[in-house]
Design a protein around this ligand. Sequence first.
Ligand SMILES: *[C@@H]1O[C@H](CO)[C@@H](O)[C@H](O)[C@H]1NC(C)=O
Ligand SMILES: *[C@@H]1O[C@H](CO)[C@@H](O)[C@H](O)[C@H]1NC(C)=O
Ligand SMILES: *[C@@H]1O[C@H](CO)[C@@H](O)[C@H](O)[C@H]1NC(C)=O
Ligand SMILES: *[C@@H]1O[C@H](CO)[C@@H](O)[C@H](O)[C@H]1NC(C)=O
Ligand SMILES: *[C@@H]1O[C@H](CO)[C@@H](O)[C@H](O)[C@H]1NC(C)=O
Ligand SMILES: *[C@@H]1O[C@H](CO)[C@@H](O)[C@H](O)[C@H]1NC(C)=O
Ligand SMILES: *[C@@H]1O[C@H](CO)[C@@H](O)[C@H](O)[C@H]1NC(C)=O
Ligand SMILES: *[C@@H]1O[C@H](CO)[C@@H](O)[C@H](O)[C@H]1NC(C)=O
Ligand SMILES: *[C@@H]1O[C@H](CO)[C@@H](O)[C@H](O)[C@H]1NC(C)=O
Ligand SMILES: *[C@@H]1O[C@H](CO)[C@@H](O)[C@H](O)[C@H]1NC(C)=O
Ligand SMILES: *[C@@H]1O[C@H](CO)[C@@H](O)[C@H](O)[C@H]1NC(C)=O
Ligand SMILES: *[C@@H]1O[C@H](CO)[C@@H](O)[C@H](O)[C@H]1NC(C)=O
Length: 797
Amino acid sequence: MLSSIYLVFAASLGVTQALPGAPSTHKTCSDPWARVSPAKGAVVVDNSASPYPGSFSTVQAGVNALNTTTTTPQNLFVFPGTYVEQVYIPRLASNLTVQGYTCNSKGYEHNEATITYNLALINTTSDDKTATLRQWNPNTKVYNMNIVNTFGHIPKNGQNLAVSAETTGQGYYGCQLIGYQDTLLAETGSQLYAKSLIVGAVDFIFGQTALAWFESIDIRTIATGCITASGRSSATNPSWYVISRSSVSGINDTIPAGTNNLGRPWGSFARVVFQETYLGNVIAAAGWKQWSTSTPNIGNVTFSEYNNYGPGSVLEEGPRANFSEQLTAPISIQSILGENFKNEWWIDTSYLDPSDLKVSKTHTTAVASTSTSTSTATVTATTAVASSTVAASTTPAAALTTTVSTSAPVASSSSAATLTTSSTTSSVTLGTPCVCTAYSQISAAVASCTNIVLSNIAAPNGSAIDLSGLQAGTTVTFDGLTTFGFTNSSSFNPMTVSGAGITITANPGAVIDGNGQAYWDGLGSNGGVPKPDHFIVVKKVTGNSVIKNLNIQNWPVHLFTISGCSDLVFQDLLLNNTAGNAPNSRSGSLAAAHNSDGFDVSSSSNIVIQRSVVYNQDDCVAITSGNNMTVSNLECHGGHGLSIGSVGLKSNNNVTNILVSLPRNLCPQTKYGGETEFTDSSVLDSSNGCRIKTNYNATGFVANITYSNIALQGISTYGIDVQQDYLNGGPTGNPSNGVLIENLLFQNVSGTATSTAQDYYVLCGDGSCSDITFTDVSITGGSVASSCNYPASGCPA
Ligand SMILES: *[C@@H]1O[C@H](CO)[C@@H](O)[C@H](O)[C@H]1NC(C)=O
Ligand SMILES: *[C@@H]1O[C@H](CO)[C@@H](O)[C@H](O)[C@H]1NC(C)=O
Ligand SMILES: *[C@@H]1O[C@H](CO)[C@@H](O)[C@H](O)[C@H]1NC(C)=O
Ligand SMILES: *[C@@H]1O[C@H](CO)[C@@H](O)[C@H](O)[C@H]1NC(C)=O
Ligand SMILES: *[C@@H]1O[C@H](CO)[C@@H](O)[C@H](O)[C@H]1NC(C)=O
Ligand SMILES: *[C@@H]1O[C@H](CO)[C@@H](O)[C@H](O)[C@H]1NC(C)=O
Ligand SMILES: *[C@@H]1O[C@H](CO)[C@@H](O)[C@H](O)[C@H]1NC(C)=O
Ligand SMILES: *[C@@H]1O[C@H](CO)[C@@H](O)[C@H](O)[C@H]1NC(C)=O
Ligand SMILES: *[C@@H]1O[C@H](CO)[C@@H](O)[C@H](O)[C@H]1NC(C)=O
Ligand SMILES: *[C@@H]1O[C@H](CO)[C@@H](O)[C@H](O)[C@H]1NC(C)=O
Ligand SMILES: *[C@@H]1O[C@H](CO)[C@@H](O)[C@H](O)[C@H]1NC(C)=O
Ligand SMILES: *[C@@H]1O[C@H](CO)[C@@H](O)[C@H](O)[C@H]1NC(C)=O
């Protein structure tokens, strides 16, 4: 039970990266935001097989080696590894930075240092003592650490903290905090959490007196429960939790809609704000809950929202609980972390939204003087809001919200009312420096900005969205609906992406529509109307870049054409060409869309494609050349399956070290030394399951390919297919031996084929295959007899 929870986390979140190859020496990466070597004088932690000289093998041993009396700031650096231990950082005399190894410190996706433990309250005497990291030193920054409590759930005394942040002056940047109940104890003083992931089910952001700001946090729920449980217990308690510009959703689609609330009041003066945040459908219509039937605690709470969006927001559901309210302006960061927040040592402003930094320091007490509150916390908050109002006085009033609950009495109503009043004239400007709302603005933004939002762009006929000149480290966010005109040319690429350390992402709800209907004629790139053959060309993208969160539909022919790339992750993509399944007036009886490959990869290395869903009419993934790729947690519907190939007759004809694996995996992920892997995936209603095709009469090299943990269903041609006679016009039936295939493993591949199919088909050339292994492979249902000319033992039984 416990370990399976961890594995599910590990598989679905990349908590541990199953690196191909035993990491006896640490890989290097040179991204501007790589943090792969210790700062001078740092205490180093490394539990690898060949540890860094002078390092400690546990994080606690490293902490113990810190000097407790020096006042010079100290550093602790943690090399990749899973450190199974509880770590207590005591109060030191110095400031402290904890840095986990990562190739891109700006987010949590590339973290490689994990601390994991599994205590719950049932094992000990306080919530704090269950925490995997007990952080008691003020003025501490923690970067790029994964901190996990794997205990899971029991009905009573199951509190299981990942982090106990017990002092003021703590900042967490690019971290993953993972647990079930009470994941994060934000207990005391001023704290900042930014660009991080927080996972849990029950009350998983909680605490009593902290003023905590949460910026760009991915909050993911794993079961029924409330996200926050503020323990603010009196009107004079300064605590605030403000969750800003974040996103809330279930960790995957299995979390039912409406099962989570934004918060419930642990203390009767609980105070929590969610603002400008995406709320997924897991949020219940009421949004907020009482503490319990016997102790509702709702009389004096401040539960507020401002400009949230998404299916779980008041824009799309309700009514909200009548002890909650909608604000008419956002809370400013300085009202929570102080006017001087930018100069605090423990605050790394580079992880904050630019709009946080823009608000001027101008201070006015005008609004505060109208407040009836006697609590210093409330005064602080209202004065700061006033200052932000002044700074932004030229901007229009916040568009949304007029309802302010009248039920929240006494202290909380005074602050809420003040917030409301102060904002009737204006609100803080939102957003990022370069928001393009018209196609014509894109080229200037690409040339000058590193934070670009493309909002509801309609690319005209003959015009591509050209992101090939992105500066290093740029983030491009698609927002709203992106559309393309009609360009009658097969060499026209509607979108091109290049750059180092870039992030291409989308706001929730955004859709990129390729206008496939204007072209589809059932012939794809084999004839008919000239159509853009490559919808998105991803070329020379390097330096730990990420392409994620995109919802792409109706692409004309091939979707992603990926070449010359390295250290690039694709994840959380929904690629939906379902509309091309039905024939149209031009296609006769054929599916309208054709050759609509999802991912075509060539001449690239260190590529990860994961956590995505593809609906199409051709290969889900096709790798024709390259080295070291992992394809995992993928669902492929309707197309031609997971392919290596066709290999041969191209400029690069080597494919090595690939792992393909799909999502039904409940077994520990096995590591294969330096191999290409496809793992933990499923292929449904497709013509092939796992396929390797090499071109007839060609030369090349295919080595170290693993297909593991793959579920197949409704496969209509080949369940597993290795063929060396491929030609685009149709296989010759006569294999050639110029492409060598070696070390091919099919492991735990199972499922069903339809009666039209062959469960297994292996057609190797004379002497060109070696080491093809089937382990725990079982495909049934095909009525055409299987045929395997290699290995000598024949097809799997
Ligand atoms: C700790 O730092 C202090 C002040 O720099 C120094 O005097 C002392 O020797 C250090 N202690 C150890 C054990 O290194
Ligand atoms: C914690 O308690 C649970 C339930 O009693 C037990 O299964 C588990 O082994 C305990 N963990 C430790 C580390 O003692
Ligand atoms: C979804 O997440 C839950 C909770 O972590 C997990 O138990 C389940 O296995 C996941 N399902 C899939 C399909 O990933
Ligand atoms: C709110 O708090 C005040 C002061 O503690 C208390 O007198 C009052 O009963 C509380 N109201 C509710 C409805 O709980
Ligand atoms: C430690 O952090 C505090 C709080 O931000 C700051 O005032 C102080 O200057 C820092 N100390 C050093 C030596 O940098
Ligand atoms: C709030 O809603 C509850 C439940 O619907 C209702 O009983 C109560 O009277 C309402 N309170 C106010 C002040 O409207
Ligand atoms: C774009 O191309 C389509 C199809 O040829 C045509 O109908 C439309 O008028 C063109 N739009 C513009 C603005 O030229
Ligand atoms: C995919 O697109 C089709 C229509 O084109 C739509 O009906 C379906 O809901 C979409 N699937 C997903 C998962 O969004
Ligand atoms: C293979 O690629 C993965 C993912 O990019 C990377 O983490 C790993 O270091 C690479 N392995 C080698 C041996 O380069
Ligand atoms: C392809 O593999 C062959 C056989 O190992 C090797 O000789 C050749 O150099 C490789 N070519 C490239 C481009 O890596
Ligand atoms: C295949 O994997 C083995 C074992 O990890 C490794 O030694 C070998 O170099 C790999 N082959 C290629 C061509 O990368
Ligand atoms: C195979 O390749 C050789 C050398 O390029 C060529 O002469 C021959 O015609 C090809 N055979 C077929 C059937 O294409």
